[in-house]
Write a protein that binds this ligand. Structure first.
Ligand code: HEC
Length: 233
């Protein structure tokens, strides 16, 4: 049996992709919708869109290569049925997706799960004040971050690391004594309702961080009696 001579040159792969898109409009629309959904979810969770686009690009390139390798192995005498080619395209995307997921686990960013030493917290008015802050804020603004198991899985691990870095940069309650950062805005952001960020507690996620109105009232009272939590306070 002679096999097809399909080259793996980028231009030919591109032509093959274009052909696949033209002959499978519905599957294409589904993939595009899924890709947009993935970008939307990641942006919502705080991962820069360029990262998701790069990941999707990896999946697409891998799938195209797998598909080309597969079609090259088909006998040249009989034309490949369009439906078979489409099915193999879906399989190629799935395999490439799993491979990409595996490869990104090797990226070191997000694996360290750092918790530098605690050098001095605010003089919390009461233990309850501290506990409410721990529940609601310490996941991003402390050196006592509890990393759940899923925080070790890329790309979630990247997102977690990014939030913790940004959060600690803004204010780190574990280093309040030496570097108060923007701690003086603490009361303000809670009154505004801008912290914890909405994405953090939506859909029932991290429910312990979502304070009830009574807890918020209790926390604000405690913070008003804690030095350094508001401008001039
Ligand atoms: C999911 C992570 C996360 C949690 C939980 C969180 N924050 Fe933040 N916080 C951030 C990030 C990221 C920033 C920096 C970017 C920004 O301002 O949105 C920030 C910024 C801040 C700032 C400085 C912003 C300003 O306007 O001065 C304060 C103050 C703050 N957070 C307080 C809190 C308090 C208080 C809580 C708990 C009630 C809390 N945060 C919970 C991630 C978080």
């Amino acid at each position: 049996m002679t096999t097809r001579k399909l080259s793996l040159k980028p231009s030919d792969l591109f032509a093959a992709a274009l052909h696949a898109v033209k002959s499978h409009p519905i599957i294409t629309v589904v993939w595009v919708a899924l890709a947009l959904l993935a970008i939307g979810i990641s942006v919502y969770g705080g991962l820069p869109p360029v990262v998701t686009v790069a990941l999707l690009g990896m999946v697409a390139a891998g799938a195209l290569l797998l598909w080309a390798l597969w079609s090259r192995r088909q006998p040249a005498e009989t034309p490949i049925a369009t439906s078979t080619a489409g099915r193999m395209g879906v399989v190629a995307v799935l395999i490439s997706g799993v491979l990409t997921f595996g490869i990104i686990q090797l990226v070191p960013y997000g694996r360290a799960h750092s918790n530098p030493p605690v050098t001095g917290e605010p003089k919390w008015a009461t233990p309850e004040t501290r506990q409410l802050m721990v529940d609601s804020c310490f996941a991003c603004h402390s050196n006592e971050v509890e990393y759940p198991p899923y925080a070790s899985i890329a790309p979630i691990s990247w997102e977690v690391q990014h939030h913790v870095e940004e959060g600690r940069d803004a204010v780190n309650y574990s280093e309040f004594a030496t570097n108060p950062g923007e701690a003086e805005n603490t009361i303000e952001v809670i009154e505004e309702g801008s912290m914890p960020p909405a994405y953090f507690t939506r859909f029932g996620l991290h429910s312990v961080a979502k304070l009830s109105p009574e807890q918020t009232k209790q926390l604000l009272e405690g913070l008003r009696a804690t030095p350094g939590m508001s401008e001039g306070g």
